[in-house]
Design a protein around this ligand. Sequence first.
Ligand code: AMP
Length: 546
Amino acid sequence: MNKSFLDFSLLHEAVECQAVQRPQQVAIDAGTHSISYMDLCDQMHRIAATLQTNGIQNNDRVGLLAGNGIEACIGMLGILRADACYVPLNPAFPAMRLGAVIVDAGIETLISVKKHTPQLLKVLASIKDFRGESLILIDASLDDPECLELKKEFAKYFENICGAETLAQAGSPSESRAVENNLAYVMYTSGSTGTPKGVMVTHRNVTSFLRWGIDYFSISSRDRMSGHSDINFDLSVFDIFGSFFSGATLCPVINVGDKSFPGKFIKDREISIWFSVPSVIRTLRNSGQLSPNIFAKHLRWAIFCGEVFLPEYADSWIKTHPTVPLCNLYGPTEATIACTYYKIGDDGFWDPCKAIPIGHPTSATEILILKQQSDEIADDGEIGRLMICGAQVSPGYWGQPELTQNKFTKHPFDKDPYARMYDSSDLAYREDDGVIQFVGRSDSQVKIMGYRVELGEIETILARHEAVDEAVAFLMQDEQALLVAAVSLNQGFSDSDFEKDILSHCVKYLPLYMVPKRLMFYSSLPKNSNGKIDRKAIAHSDFLPS
Ligand code: AMP
């Protein structure tokens, strides 16, 4: 009997099933090369067996520094099939930051590819006395003389180094003992205390979202899904496992930097489900790539998530692609990909002057909007705290029980003593018809091109520079948000000498999108009556030079 996406309780099960049901179907089409479900399953098993031989245990964290193409998917699946969980590491991030993640997650085994070995060596060198268990370099022939040096370099850090030869000889993995509450991944996001924090996500969290998403968007084996997001951003999980659960084809984007991206990509690769942050519409529009119906032949859905969906973006879309429906998804990493949805124009009219709602909860989610000062439900129209409950809610932060307890509390109304509620720190209200409107944040987290950024993390890094006395980071909103920082220096340091130095210091620890584009120097920063730096005064007053 054919299995469907509703039957899978573990993420990798989907690939094993597709390998039987549609072995020759292209699972991943990366443009220059592709892989069928049968081969993907075979490669997944080889990685899993190799991990098991190297002693990987249930729920171990395995680092994955492999970009976002076919190898990254093979690595990810192999890790899951070995009952471990993957920790995505973005090769474009600073070595120090990736090193801190490896230490925090207690990673002893890593999977990577040849292309990223220079960055991986930098990462390992940034960790004091790193000694790991095993490294799998998926595409490296380690017996080749040209790889001997590489092997020697990595031997300083790992007990076992496996390459393509080991994988070619690997047998079948032993049976999976994972259950749906096993961790599938730990995804690190910006942390307000200065170090990234790891959100733990289980197989059940993801399958609960996929069951809603695949059904709502009617995704089938005929679809071609975009693989636009880096694997350290959880939108990637829908692209990847939305495809595998429905037997569709995943089309990872390899050259994001290309000027014709993403227009040419969507058109030439015949993408039928596009999923990205909404500001991609601005990129398309401003670069003249959004001509009427250019994508309409193949595109069935344009789905956006991760930041406020501005009506002007939707307007540009609707005017050029009236037949391709738009959906606004909302949700934090802690509630797995997205937990509310709103199909734009679904209520029969489109008003470009009205904010686009975040809509209704997904099938496994309950949204509570609580009053700002108490745990009572806010009235319709009253702005309150947006709380998320249900099967998509993560078990918490890796290695941070206190923070977990603060943000994930008991459901205030559910009789089940284990039912929990995640405090999103988002503010929202319900309209009379039950539709939810997003209002903003109650803390200093911001979004830059969909990337989640805690301003506190940038400030902590700035303050670690010897010349900096105090620093405040914030977004100046123009057409595009500009990240800036107001800084006062310690005595004896002058701004003209130190601007470059402070920025290079930031680049060492922060991904580029978190590095302030401008520093503004002041002899001292304004304080409020409690003696704390007055962010509002800095951001909204004439304090700033224009
Ligand atoms: P992340 O964990 O990176 O997905 O970021 C989650 C946060 O992004 C949410 O808590 C919101 O503040 C914001 N966010 C995500 N999707 C939307 C949306 N559709 N509209 C407004 N804000 C959003």
